[in-house]
Design a protein around this ligand. Structure first.
Ligand SMILES: Nc1ncnc2c1ncn2[C@@H]1O[C@H](COP(=O)(O)OP(=O)(O)O)[C@@H](O)[C@H]1O
Ligand SMILES: [Mg+2]
Length: 254
């Protein structure tokens, strides 16, 4: 690979007006409508929370935005360009990165290389990818573990590496699927401190899936609530918290 910065890596220099947009996106699995005519526009520099109970369609919606699931109907647009139906690889190359609910690290490779390969896959030289990876690893607090195989990491560290890997692609948008799932309150707060820094530090727009309402309220400027695939509510944390539909849906669910 040459020392040239690949296409995706230049995304950072793009106009700040770039958006990732879902227009009436639906995803059906047989008789089940997992995502039902959802509209949303993610801007750079913001953190949008996507919340809703288990099975609400959050992951399926992110899959539709990232090419892992072709919408049954509706459009996904990156800027002016329609990207629905394009491959996950194409979408990644053009600035939309994601983390997964379950870790997908190369368990035998050192932590540093797990992050580095993401940069290399975007066209960075090995040297630049390594430098960038080490900065990210320091940021996530794993400098001392950079040489350890990813497979020996505790779960919470694994999730951090997942975030670093997504950011190593120098995306314009990063979609994080429950990065704090299964963590204690303290561990969750630690991860959220990192998430909060992403827009200013990396110039990305962030979509954060998280089912804990308290956590989302503290991190996100805007919130989109899904319930059975449909938009239940959208707005600022304050607006959403006061929405009778949300109160009713969350009553007794903490
Ligand atoms: N590949 C699939 N095939 C069939 N049904 C699916 C598939 N993926 C998700 N579903 C169903 O779609 C609904 C939404 O799932 P999901 O997007 O994973 O919800 P969430 O992430 O909000 O928990 C659930 O009822 C789930 O069982
Ligand atoms: Mg999910």
């Amino acid at each position: 690979m040459s020392g040239e910065i690949g296409k995706g890596a230049t995304v950072r220099g793009r106009d700040d007006g770039l958006t990732l947009q879902a227009i009436d996106v639906s995803v059906r699995f047989g008789g089940l409508t997992a995502v039902d005519s959802v509209n949303e526009t993610l801007h750079r520099g913001e953190i949008l929370g996507l919340i809703g109970p288990n099975g609400a369609g959050k992951t399926t919606f992110v899959n539709a935005l990232t090419g892992f699931q072709e919408p049954t109907s509706g459009q996904v647009k990156l800027g002016d360009r329609e990207i629905s139906g394009l491959s996950p690889h194409w979408i990644r190359r053009h600035g939309v990165a994601r983390s997964f609910q379950a870790g997908r690290l190369f368990r035998d490779l050192p932590v540093s290389e797990n992050v580095e390969v993401a940069g290399v896959s975007m066209g960075l030289s090995r040297r630049r990818a390594h430098k960038h990876a080490m900065e990210l690893i320091e940021w996530i607090g794993l400098k001392d573990k950079a040489r350890q195989p990813a497979g020996v990491l505790p779960y919470t560290d694994e999730r951090r590496v997942g975030i670093a890997r997504a950011l190593a692609m120098q995306p314009a948008f990063v979609l994080l699927d429950e990065p704090a799932a299964g963590m204690s309150d303290l561990e969750c707060d630690d991860i959220m401190r990192l998430v909060r820094e992403i827009p200013a530090r990396f110039g990305c727009g962030v979509l954060l899936i998280e089912h804990n309402m308290r956590v989302v309220m503290g991190v996100c400027q805007r919130i989109h609530v899904l319930d059975s695939g449909k938009t239940l509510s959208r707005g600022s944390p304050d607006q959403v918290q006061k929405d009778p539909a949300v109160i009713q849906a969350y009553l007794g669910h903490g």
